[in-house]
Design a protein around this ligand. Structure first.
Ligand SMILES: Nc1nc2c(ncn2[C@@H]2O[C@H](COP(=O)(O)OP(=O)(O)OP(=O)(O)O)[C@@H](O)[C@H]2O)c(=O)[nH]1
Ligand SMILES: [Mg+2]
Length: 330
């Protein structure tokens, strides 16, 4: 059967041919669809047009999905002595926790899937700062791929559990499993050696949030049965600020860093803005942190602090302790 098409249809068709990108093509196709007479004779054209529109919409959506996963748009510079990711199921209180520990003001809402993009905040603890990054939730079916990149650069994670919901302990299990699929393993402590180089371990504290909620203690018991061997479990209430002071100290300790204060010869030490080096670090590690060149020129050092008498001369491989004061001699 011949189809009589109105002239506007051909105009739109011409537009389609000239379209420079998928979006323009889709717009023209949609126009053609509106103009196309919907009767028996045009059934074949209708079907063709419909499937073209569907195909192109999918393609555009896919393109956008890839673009939105672009990591570069979410580059958050590392700040402070360490970076924690806030991981967990929807509505578990990640954003509320960020708002309680830092000055950041993420959206907090009584429904799931509120957070859509990473939000950083800086937590003050004594004289150091620790960076926290709030992230969208993770479920078995919902995963924002940029989280994979964040979990490689982070120093540690907080895995937040919703004790206000019977499903909380299971939702967190889904988070752990989903991350395993992208080869990110959440662990209590880093393994000594990992055979498989494609697997990335992230040391993690389990935060049992909403301990104030009705029935939370029973759920905490379930959580403990499930995860005692896998994680240290820390019950808190972000909303009611229960356990947050202790949590801050734990966040510092879990990073396993020590603070070192620099001192110039003949001057008092500057007891603020310390350098942070890994636990077990030496005078040499500290020197490298202060200045890349220092490591080569370093001859000796004097230390005030733990396990030494005041101003004791030490070698480059002397192991430092938290809050030691070090004077480097080049
Ligand atoms: N009772 C109680 N409610 C809390 C606590 N922490 C957070 N909430 C509430 O739980 C709801 C979800 O909090 P959010 O911080 O938005 O949760 P989220 O994990 O960021 O959620 P998504 O962004 O969807 O992943 C809000 O209504 C909070 O007020 C808590 O310790 N106790
Ligand atoms: Mg949130």
């Amino acid at each position: 059967m011949a189809v009589n098409l109105p002239p506007q249809y051909h105009d739109a068709e011409e537009e389609y041919r000239r379209a420079k990108n998928k979006q323009e093509k889709l717009a023209a196709l949609k126009k053609m669809w509106v103009i196309l007479p919907k009767h028996k004779a045009s059934e074949k054209v209708q079907a063709q047009l419909k499937s073209k529109i569907a195909e192109l919409s999918d393609e555009i959506e896919h393109q956008q999905a890839i673009a939105s996963k672009s990591v570069s748009s979410y580059k958050i510079p590392k700040q402070g002595i360490g970076q924690y990711l806030l991981l967990g199921g929807p509505n578990s209180g990640k954003s509320r926790l960020l708002s309680r520990l830092t000055r950041a003001t993420p959206e907090v809402a009584p429904y799931p899937f509120t957070t859509r993009q990473p939000i950083p905040g800086m937590m003050d603890w004594e004289d150091v700062r620790i960076q926290l990054i709030d992230l969208p939730p993770i479920t078995a079916d919902f995963y924002e791929h940029f989280i994979t990149d964040f979990s490689r650069s982070a120093d540690a994670a907080l895995l937040v559990v919703d004790l206000g919901d019977d499903d909380g302990p299971f939702a967190v299990e889904a988070v752990i499993d989903r991350l395993k699929k992208v080869r990110r393993y959440l662990v209590k402590q880093l393994p000594e050696n990992e055979e498989d180089p494609t697997i990335y371990h992230l040391k993690t504290l389990m935060i049992a949030n909403k301990i104030d909620a009705e029935g939370a203690n029973d759920r905490l018991e379930i959580l403990r049965e499930m995860f005692t061997d896998s994680f240290n479990i820390i019950p808190i209430s972000a909303e009611n600020e229960i356990g947050l002071t202790e949590l801050k100290t734990t966040l510092f300790q879990f990073l396993d860093m020590i603070r070192i204060y620099g001192k110039q010869p003949g001057k008092p030490a500057t007891m603020e803005d310390p350098y942070a080096i890994p636990h077990g670090g030496t005078v040499l590690d500290f020197a490298e942190k202060v200045h890349a060149d220092f490591a080569e020129t370093l001859k000796s050092a004097r230390v005030w602090g733990q396990g030494v008498f005041d101003g004791q001369s030490v070698k480059r491989d002397h192991i430092l302790h938290d809050k030691d004061i070090v004077e480097l001699h080049g």
